[in-house]
Design a binder for this molecule. Structure first.
Ligand code: UDP
Ligand code: MG
Length: 323
């Protein structure tokens, strides 16, 4: 059990996509809470290719708040990319990741930091409840997390992206080369001394959720494929099931042939063809999906492209393509 007391700079990474109304409030609230707790900190806003004025507001906030730094993507690369960009830029001895819509209560960052001071290296925010969601969404999320939990061996049902990681854990995550990194599962998967802090998901104060149904489905499939090969094993399982069925039906057909009733069973033939045809297509689809993922990884494209940065009181508006 860790017990030594550390102290150091806390970096807070805030992925921001079309969060015009939230940036300033997030910066003010978090700075106020961390200043009051006497925690040295920096806030890193990652503008994930917003189509509104989020980047202007981040730059403006940085002008007035020396704790604030900003990174601007050249387009929308998704929340995972934004988190990893923030981790890569963080200078802190520990790094917290939270949503900039303040649905993750900033007071909890203080509790997380205290755990880190005592020596914990991964402090995970776990949801006490999932907030307001429709039943279909809850069902889909439950099924997704059941599969992911099985793949990681860690209970992910209440997991969130609200975490605080020690520098060591951050460096381990940054050293991973996979492009389809799933932050909330990977940060549990890496191990280290871990503790959980419960938090209640707050209602969104402004703007709206960025998750549409197609985006959520893509997110679930990508992360399942990134973390689990279970669907590929399903192909084998389906093969075994169909083989067993074919043994039974084979014996049945032979019996019919021997007893001279072989002409019957036209419907069975059609049904079997349809069944086997669709199972084959599904299996090819699953294998194809993994091949597509391998193709994406092997191209070795960057996870994100940074188009600009701003830091404290100085600014660098110039486009810069790297990483
Ligand atoms: N986000 C992002 N890129 C995206 C979508 C979302 O950086 O493509 C950020 C968003 O600005 C917010 C966080 O991820 O800070 C969580 O998004 P949101 O609040 O829309 O999700 P929800 O809380 O509804 O799950
Ligand atoms: Mg939110």
């Amino acid at each position: 059990m860790p017990d030594k007391v550390k102290q150091g700079l806390l970096s807070v990474v805030l992925p921001s996509y079309n969060e015009e109304p939230s940036i300033q409030r997030a910066a003010q609230t978090i700075t106020a809470i961390l200043d009051e707790a006497g925690i040295p900190h920096e806030l890193i806003f990652v503008n994930d290719g917003s189509s509104d004025n989020t980047w202007d507001i981040i730059q403006d906030t940085a002008k007035h708040n020396p704790h604030v730094r900003g990174i601007c993507f050249s387009r929308n690369f998704g929340k995972e990319a934004a988190i990893f960009a923030g981790l890569a830029q963080a200078k802190g001895d520990c790094v917290a990741v939270m949503d900039c819509d303040l649905q993750h209560p900033p007071e909890k960052v203080v509790d997380m930091y205290r755990f880190w001071e005592r020596g914990y290296e991964v402090v995970e925010g776990v949801k006490t409840d999932r907030g307001k969601e429709n039943p279909l969404h809850t069902f889909a999320a439950k099924s997704f997390y059941a599969l992911i939990s099985k793949a990681t061996g860690v209970d992910m049902s209440r997991a969130s992206d609200f975490k605080l990681l020690d520098r060591r854990a951050v460096d381990v995550l940054l050293a991973m080369r996979e492009k389809n990194a799933f932050f909330r599962a990977l940060s549990s998967w890496i191990g280290f001394s871990t503790v959980q802090v419960e938090f209640e998901v707050q209602p969104r104060l402004a703007g709206e959720s960025k998750w549409s149904l197609p985006k959520l489905i893509r997110y679930a499939l990508t992360n399942l494929a990134a973390f689990s090969t279970a669907p590929l094993q399903l192909v084998t399982l389906l093969g075994v099931v169909v083989f067993l069925a074919s043994v039974v039906l084979g014996i049945h057909s032979l019996w019919q042939k021997v007893t001279g009733q072989a002409l019957e069973g036209f419907t069975t033939v059609i049904l079997l063809q349809l069944l086997i045809g669709s199972i084959l297509m599904i299996c090819l689809g699953i294998i194809g999906y993994y091949i597509a993922k391998i193709y994406e990884e092997i191209k070795d494209r960057p996870r994100y492209i940074i188009a600009g940065r701003c830091e404290g009181l100085e600014h660098d508006g110039q486009a810069e393509k790297n990483i």
